[in-house]
Ligand binder design. Sequence first.
Ligand code: 3H9
Length: 701
Amino acid sequence: MTDVVSYERHGTIGVITVNNPPVNALSVGVRRGIVDSLSRGLADGAATALVIMGGGRTFIAGADIREFGQPLAPPDLNEVIAWFEDSPKLVVAALHGTALGGGLEVALGCHYRCAVGSAQVGFPEVKLGLLPGAGGTQRLPRLIGVEPALPIIAGGDPLPASKAQALGIIDEIVAGDLRDGAVAFAARLVAERRPLRKISASDGKVLTARSTPGLFDAFRGSIERQARGYFAPFRCVEAVQAAVTLPFAEGLRRERELFLECMQSPQSRAQIHAFFAEREVTKIPDVPKETPTQPIMTAAVIGAGTMGGGIAMNFANAGIPVQVVEAAQTALDRGIEVIRNNYAATVEKGRLTQADMDRRLALIHGTLAWDAVADADIVIEAVFEEMGVKKEVFARLDRICKPSAILATNTSTLDVDEIATATARPEKVIGTHFFSPANVMRLLEVVRGAKSSKETIATVAELARRIRKVWVLAGNCDGFIGNRMLAGYLREAAFLVEEGASPEQVDKVIYDFGFPMGPFAMSDLAGLDVGWRIRKGKAATRPTTQRYSPVADRLCERGRFGQKTGAGWFRYAPGSRTPRPDPEVEALIVASARAQGIERRAVSDDEILERCIYPLINEGARILEEGIALRPSDIDIIYIYGYGFPPYRGGPMYYADTLGLKRVYDDIAAYHRAHGEFWQPAPLLTRLAEEGKGFRDLARA
Ligand code: 3H9
């Protein structure tokens, strides 16, 4: 027996416990250990039934993802599960924590399942570009029916124990100690002479699905938009379909074929990269997990605009009381009203109860009195994006706030160190760059100022965890990581339309690549006025010899600020978010090209893709070299969570590696020759390309 699985008898019940921290993943040692323990339990004459459970914080959370890509050592998980199902002694799975993927498949191989009320079960494989590959797609539909099984398998979200019980995945919820409860449950099943239920042998529910033709096509249709571009969700559906059309053993073989297809797909590799990147991102070498943090009991937000309101909702959602400060009553009332409407819309969709909405709203206090922030543990400033205004706000906060308070700025481009000079506590000043809408978007860029203390960073990191953000540490520079990279992407999009592409062509290429929308629709959604204001601030320092597209400025001069004014790069019918091409924009583009002496031509889709995506990679390389980002994978996380980069392409730096840096460098060098200074290859990219390496090699260095 391996030391990661143990066997012990409790009364007449044998208990197999998996102990493979942190999440009891089914590594080869665990698979062997489980088989050995099962043999021991079967040989134990005093054991009338068996229980399998997880030690530590969870039941088995799935296959060991780190083993993927290597040849799988025996025993195969399917075999292990078959031994459980065929066991002559009754076997109960006892679940706590998260019974996911291969873990849930093991549980479905058992004859019965019990769980503590806080347990969750699910098949998250699809989020790794995979499908349940050890019978999950064959057993779950047989247990609960095809219709409820499909979204669990193709959607990947876990279910709480109560829901799993209602569906029939869990037979019994155990109150109190899980092991005692599971042992009692197993003993009761034996006493009641309950049958050894083999899910693989019960075809009733899948057979009824045969009489519902169109079920699968309808489901495919329902996920089409959400799963656009992804490979695995549609293979998941195919695998469930095999459960309906094929006998169990053949269905299992089909499932394995589809699983291997997914595993060998570039998408799965990219999604697994993103999974580990998301876990890596919180590891800051000089701010270890043990770094002391300050308690955050109360918060304040300065500014009740779109960002301020969204940030305040984050606090309220996490149960943290928050003061929202505005300069004028009308702006405050409007801001609070927007928050109320946001919550009401969520209640309407059935995703929040009225009582929860009321509780959250009660935590948000609007005020005109700055003194209300005096006791806040953290204040986040979300006012006008202008240095003078920001410094005034920080000087005032420094005077009012208690000395221990952290003063954070939600600036998206301004110098955090300069803002900090307005205070006498630069060690407590930090950037917290939320993404709009701040109550929805998962990303938080945490900007480390030169003097931000480790305690301040660790405190904001802990807060980010509480408000359920994926946070990435960035150094202080113009635009930080995300927006600094975006500048080149937007610049090239604007140049491409001057050269002959249309905004809709550019947007379609980027949409087809997998972004939720292209650069022009995105700009219209974000509002063109913000960038206009920033550009005006920088106009004086822009070299006159540099190419500059004035089209966005022309649009703003005409009051076309994007969706909110019904027109920007596109036109929007009243109440509609659908972008429509606008001849007025086309005329502005043509005029701009003529004024610059640009001869318009047909621009290929390939050129559009390269000229939009390569600047992200090239600037990303500079950001890495300057230490603004700690790791290439941190940049990937920013782009996936903040900018809609398709997760199945792994983020811009991972994507560059899949293309090969030599090719990326050669192409960028060619654009440099054709288009000049903006395309200067980054030194790090040049070096890695020459050495035949990828960004992934930096991560390992
Ligand atoms: C599968 O099962 C395929 C089968 O159908 C078929 C097979 C034939 N493997 O997230 P955390 C690591 S596919 C290896 O911070 P939490 C993780 O990297 C699998 N390592 O904790 C981290 O390491 P580190 C289906 C894993 O409490 C540490 O554990 N299952 C695995 O916030 C802690 O993780 C899934 O997709 C793994 N499976 O969340 C579940 N899982 O400390 C994936 C985690 O070095 N896992 N690690 O950074 C999760 O969703 C979350 O980890 C979980 C815990 C909810 C379990």
